[in-house]
Ligand binder design. Structure first.
Ligand SMILES: [Zn+2]
Length: 394
């Protein structure tokens, strides 16, 4: 990376730093302070001294706060683990915490690079380089101290956080393109507060990648998370997006096509637990639906005890959630497909849950309907409550 590009990269990476590591105040302040004072011309750790000049008091406080955060960063990314992830092979020296291997920093002919896994330090007897993880990144990537911190922060930022950034973007996009809102209206989802609460967004396609790259995420990171396909284009295109949360972390994204593409799409990773389980688990009676549009209309109608497995198959973790409460009653409200697929899936699941010891009831919707189409066609909360009353046990 040349100078200007590096500087641009750093500016863009700042939000990632801010949110990824819970280092916001100190690192952002540091970025601002370093415009005035070039701490990073210091040989290494800014806590070690020369920044402590009176006129730079504010900047120094920043550096002190940052020092703690850097310690946290280094604890989160142990040096040995980092090296191994980057294909360094070292063998343990004796019984202690030391490892030795070929030096990644110079053309080595015999193992002269030593890592102390306990102290998180390295030293090379060949090129006489040594230090901690940040020093290693500085040397191996030819980055400044600050750039190295940014680089590590990006490496560390959890995927949940990346999904949160994508979700924020899709939520904004929902209000920029009519087709997303029109589709929601067509599916009977109109409550603005609910749309916000569920974090529903819209993927137009073709613009997520530049947005996330501008926030400092690398293309590799986006590919690995599945947000970008192998051809380099957005995975979600012309889809209404629901984030799937687990304990406040977004673990996956579901996209419903509004065009001719295959209707349902999840990223290639776990769909997580039951949808919104943190808020639904408090209810003794739980309504289980197949799709997120079913859930959205039921929540909108006041049935906040509705959860969703995204599909008709429950993972063992989802089953365990339903079984948390031994006298729980589960109302299955699955699609009444004309071709019987929905009923069969519901019946299989009914038996599965019954065998698992749960009290299960099957909600009979009118032929050809699912909870979403039922409400979109004009059914009321009272109508659905009536179906719940009529629901039959196995
Ligand atoms: Zn070396």
């Amino acid at each position: 990376m040349d100078g200007p590009r590096r500087a641009a990269h750093l500016r863009l990476v700042a939000p990632v730093l801010a949110n990824g590591l819970s280092l916001p105040a100190s690192l952002l302040a540091l970025a601002a302070a370093s415009l005035k004072i070039n701490f990073f011309s210091l040989p290494h750790h800014p806590r070690l001294g020369s920044a402590a000049q009176g006129s730079y008091l504010d900047a120094r406080r920043t550096v002190d706060a940052m020092g703690e955060d850097l310690e946290r960063l280094k604890q989160c990314v142990p040096l040995l683990g980092y090296l191994q992830r980057h294909h360094w092979r070292g063998h343990r020296v004796g019984e202690g915490p030391e490892f030795a291997g070929m030096c990644p920093l110079h053309e080595d002919t015999h193992p002269s690079f030593y890592v102390n896994a306990q102290k998180n330090l390295f030293y090379c007897h060949g090129c006489a380089c040594g230090g901690d993880l940040i020093r290693f990144v500085e040397l191996s990537h030819h980055l400044s101290f600050r750039e190295s911190v940014a680089y590590l922060a990006e490496e560390l930022a959890p995927t949940a956080q990346l999904f949160a950034r994508a979700t924020d973007f899709y939520q904004l996009e929902l209000h920029r393109h009519r087709e997303g809102m029109d589709y929601l209206a067509q599916r009977g989802v109109h409550d603005a507060r609910l749309i916000e609460e569920l974090g529903i967004g819209y993927a137009r396609g073709g613009n997520l990648r530049p947005h996330l790259q501008a926030l400092g995420y690398s293309l590799e990171r986006l590919l690995e998370a599945g947000l970008i396909g192998p051809q380099g284009s957005d995975t979600f295109c012309r889809r209404v997006i629901f984030p799937c949360r687990q304990q406040d972390h977004i673990v996956n994204l579901y996209g419903r096509s509004i065009g001719n593409a295959f209707p349902h799409r999840l990223l290639p990773r776990s769909k997580g637990g039951l949808f919104a389980w943190e808020s639904v688990r408090q209810f003794r009676n739980v309504i289980l639906v197949e799709g997120l549009f079913d859930l959205a209309v039921l929540w909108q109608a006041g049935f906040r005890n509705t959860t969703c497995a995204i599909g008709t198959h429950l993972t063992p973790a989802q089953l365990a959630q339903l079984r948390e409460n031994s006298d729980r009653c589960v109302y299955l409200a699955f699609d009444q497909d004309q071709n019987q697929a929905g009923q069969n899936a519901a019946y299989d699941l009914l038996q599965y849950l019954d065998k698992a010891g749960l009290n299960v009831r099957l909600v009979e919707l009118p032929a050809g309907q699912d909870p979403n189409s039922y409400f979109a066609a004009g059914a009321t909360a009272k109508d659905f409550a009536h179906l719940l009353e009529e629901a039959t046990p196995l």
